[in-house]
Write a protein that binds this ligand. Sequence first.
Ligand SMILES: C[S@@+](CC[C@H](N)C(=O)[O-])C[C@H]1O[C@@H](n2cnc3c(N)ncnc32)[C@H](O)[C@@H]1O
Length: 234
Amino acid sequence: MNAKNVMFDGYAAQYDEWFMKNENLFASELKLFQKALGNIEGKRLLSVGCGSGLFESYIDRTNIDGIEPSEDMGKIAEKRGVRVISYSTIEDVDLPANAYDIIYFNGSSSYMEDLKLAYGKCKRALREGGKLILLDVPKESAFGFMYLLGKSLNTYDHEYLDGTMPELPYPLALAASGVWHTTEEKIDVLKELGFVNLSYYQTLIKNPLYTNEEPEEVVEGYKSGGYVAIVAKC
Ligand SMILES: C[S@@+](CC[C@H](N)C(=O)[O-])C[C@H]1O[C@@H](n2cnc3c(N)ncnc32)[C@H](O)[C@@H]1O
């Protein structure tokens, strides 16, 4: 496993703390996560890049498997009740065929180069009629621009950004190591792989400076949000 794949090692505490301090942003993302998952009762789920299991700690995790390359993150997820079946990347793991009703990537596609490889593996692991759910910061959103600008300037503390930044921006190292994808790029990959019935939900519609003022509602579509869910069927 290369250094890129364990990029979250050493950031587990900072990652969770960032969400806890940005509690309204977290509440908005959690609503989107729950809306996209829908009713999970009796279903078998796989969380790809489950991280510390922070979002899962707010839902029933009886039937949630996870894969996670960072041991720092995955160990916390295990304590929170996610069954981590592999400490590896989606690219390296062998998934059982026809095993899951729902496979989801909550923020993890943004650290993957080859989406076709990642989602293709999941298609084989999904049961007929199963769902693949992708939640991410779109590259084309205000958050995407902010992270790409931070990445290219190697700081958020720059005169170009004066007056624009939220009080506690996402850790620069994590923004800089992202492989930010547009929503349309992911839609194209899903269609190429034969996924159907795509639907879209979004939140964080306000500009990043104001996002943490209050929780936002989930709205349909993908063209305005700073956090977007795509739900696709097998
Ligand atoms: C932004 S965090 C999201 C964590 C968690 N899903 C959450 O919502 O809090 C991205 C996660 O994806 C993991 N990750 C990065 N590259 C990956 C890959 N190629 N395969 C699987 N997981 C990966 C990281 O280690 C990290 O835990």
